[in-house]
Design a protein around this ligand. Structure first.
Ligand code: HGY
Ligand code: MN
Ligand code: MN
Length: 417
């Protein structure tokens, strides 16, 4: 088999395994959903563990449910090069977000193992848990536990069923008192390289299969609670209303308007809006919202935040609506490490013949891993830039390119770090 045949064969195996993995879902046949610390998380980790063992890797599941598969190098004292991403998903998700990075990392290690190629550094295939933050509203849970650690406030955070993160850990067979044991030993990671789908339209627009990520966006999330006055939809005149639903709509449109006005790749979204009592003939007395603000830099994020709320708060006052806002999640923008990026540029360049780089508007575990190690990311084009959707797809030739680039980047990093 020629090298490119091998690469295509690897891509097919990655796609087959992604299809198998996508069947581990709380939605059954209806779609893909794998939330943190749920039976689906357990099934996915068990499935991944079997794959790691089959590949001859030493397997470790840590104190918060992250899974690692380790291939020793020739130098037992060398820090590890970690490659991977996350296995959890959003609701009604695609099969590639996070999982493509984990399965491609596993395939790269299988290739090394099967060809008898021994690197100097140990290589650790990393399957982070809880990256999406859907269940508890906290993103990067697994990678934050592995780097800077959790706070008591995080452990107290509750899901939509009122179950706290601490209770969910216990139910999963882990101990809330021991989450610090998940922290990776400083200096034990030489580099973290994450391959991930772009989840946006840029690579399609320039017809490029791969890119090197320059930086990972700053994210700030608020819970906004709006309190007006419930009432009868048939009898209360419009001017006399304090309609929390209208205020929620006003905030949603203010987010859009202010992000458009500032431009420069900032985005603002009210992804969750719950009205109360949420019935057709009652004026909404309350609205619960989760707002997601993002920007390529911390300064732009602050500018967006100020713009949105200085425009919205007077609107709410005019409507007689009380507003509370609680910032419950925030990560700064993270530049990727220049040395890791140089290795990725060389790998992407050798596979595609082009040097393409771009910032990431999506958050990634690399954003948390940067606290303890140099990080870099490879983006793989996805069909029509669609993600966080069952329509998410990556054609075989782009999976092949991603696999070749990750393999090349790993070998180069092993030589250079
Ligand atoms: O929200 C994000 O950007 C990522 O999908 N967790
Ligand atoms: Mn992801
Ligand atoms: Mn995602």
């Amino acid at each position: 088999m020629t090298e490119s045949d091998t690469a295509r064969h690897s891509a097919r195996r990655i796609l087959d395994e992604l299809r198998d993995l996508s069947r581990i879902s709380s939605m059954g046949e209806k779609g893909i959903a794998r939330q943190y610390l749920t039976p689906e998380h357990r099934r996915a980790n068990d499935w991944m563990r079997a794959k790691f063992l089959e590949a001859g890797l030493a397997v470790r599941e840590d104190a918060v449910g992250n899974l690692f598969g380790r291939l020793e190098g020739t130098d037992p004292d060398a820090p590890a090069i970690m490659i991977g991403s996350h296995l959890d998903t959003v609701v009604d998700a695609g099969a590639f977000d996070g999982c493509l990075g984990v399965m491609t990392a596993l395939e790269v290690v299988r290739t090394l193992s099967q060809s008898g190629t021994k690197l100097r550094h140990p290589v650790v295939v990393t399957a982070f848990a809880g990256e999406e933050g859907v269940r508890f509203g906290l993103t990067y849970l697994g990678s934050i536990a592995a780097t800077t650690g959790w706070t008591a406030e995080m452990l107290a955070r509750r899901d939509a069923n009122g179950i706290s993160l601490a209770e969910a850990l216990t139910e999963f067979g882990l101990s809330p008192e021991r989450t610090d044991e998940a922290k990776l030993v400083p200096g034990s990671v030489a580099a973290y390289i994450e391959l991930h789908i772009e989840q946006g339209p840029r690579l399609n627009a320039i017809d490029a299969p791969l890119a090197r990520v320059e930086s990972i966006c700053a994210i700030r999330r608020y819970i906004v609670e709006l309190t007006g006055e419930a009432g009868h939809t048939g009898t209360v005149p419009i001017p006399a209303r304090h309609d929390a639903g209208c205020a929620a709509a006003e905030l949603t449109l203010t987010l859009e308007r202010e992000a458009l006005r500032i431009g420069q790749n900032v985005v603002a979204t009210a992804g969750e809006v719950r009205l109360h009592p949420n019935v057709v003939n009652c004026i909404p007395g309350r609205a619960f919202m989760r707002v997601d603000l993002r920007a390529p830099t911390d300064a732009l994020l602050d500018e967006l935040d100020r713009a949105v709320f200085s425009a919205f708060l007077p609107q709410a006052e005019r409507r007689g609506i009380a507003v509370t806002k609680d910032c419950y999640f925030e990560v700064p923008s993270v530049p990727c490490d220049p040395r890791v990026s140089a290795v990725i540029d060389e790998a992407v360049g050798s596979v595609t013949g082009r040097f393409v780089s771009m910032p990431s508007g999506a958050g990634h575990d690399a954003g948390a891993m940067a606290a303890i190690a140099p990080v870099g990311m490879i983006f793989v084009r996805c069909e029509r830039g669609i993600s966080h959707s069952p329509l998410e797809n990556v054609p075989e030739e782009d999976v092949t390119a991603g696999y070749e680039a990750l393999l090349e980047a790993l070998v180069l990093a092993d030589q250079r770090f």
